[in-house]
Design a protein around this ligand. Structure first.
Ligand SMILES: Nc1ncnc2c1ncn2[C@@H]1O[C@H](COP(=O)(O)OP(=O)(O)OP(=O)(O)O)[C@@H](O)[C@H]1O
Ligand SMILES: [Mg+2]
Length: 184
């Protein structure tokens, strides 16, 4: 079963493959509207208009090691199954933004999953890239920005075990607080 954190891993991987140095992940939850918006924006190489049209076709890939690309079509499908929407914009040499809107009360809504572990894995594997994560739920929210953490750390790499534990703990605790807020 795919969840939101799985899609984050998948779509961020596309951004990293496209040479992005900074990837932004934004999640916005609105309980009264029953809506969850996931937006992933990168500063990678972007796509031509023609490529952009093709990637929204199922199974298109520019990978030479396999024949089908599933990352974008699966996210599109999961958003649309809830009656939501999917959009992708891109500009060559500038970057790409993927936006999926879910109707979170729909029976086919997927779980959020473990976002703390997802970022822990991404930062562990790519300590030289920057990740900005912003999560808002109604009127509450928090953010994590590895650019800020990187400056504070000085010589210590982002994938130092203690740093990874600190960052995933920070996300985990903040998400727990947002969840409590949501149920009020
Ligand atoms: N952020 C991005 N920047 C530039 N090109 C992208 C980006 N995301 C996707 N693409 C292009 O769209 C294609 C399709 O992406 P998609 O995630 O659907 O499949 P894939 O990455 O090729 O394979 P899979 O995700 O199944 O491993 C990619 O091969 C790539 O050419
Ligand atoms: Mg992909």
């Amino acid at each position: 079963m795919k969840d939101i954190s799985y899609h984050i891993m998948d779509i961020v991987q596309n951004s990293l493959n496209a040479g992005a140095t900074t990837v932004r992940v934004d999640i916005r939850q609105d309980s009264s509207a029953g809506r969850l918006t996931l937006q992933i924006a990168d500063n990678g190489r972007g796509m031509s208009g023609e490529l952009l049209r093709q990637v929204t076709d199922p199974f298109f890939t520019t990978s030479v090691t396999k024949k089908v690309g599933l990352g974008l079509p699966l996210l599109k499908q999961n958003a649309e199954l809830t009656g939501g929407t999917f959009a992708i914009t891109s500009e060559e040499k500038k970057g790409t933004t993927v936006t999926a809107v879910f109707n979170s009360n729909h029976i086919d809504m997927i779980p959020v999953g473990d976002i703390a572990v997802t970022f822990k894995m991404l930062i562990a594997a790519h300590p030289d890239r920057d990740f900005v994560y912003n999560h808002r739920c109604n009127d509450e929210g928090f953010s994590m920005d590895t650019r800020v953490v990187r400056t504070e750390l000085g010589e210590i790499p982002l994938n130092h075990a203690d740093v990874l534990d600190y960052l995933s703990g920070f996300i985990y605790n903040n998400l727990k607080e947002l969840k409590n807020e949501d149920q009020l």
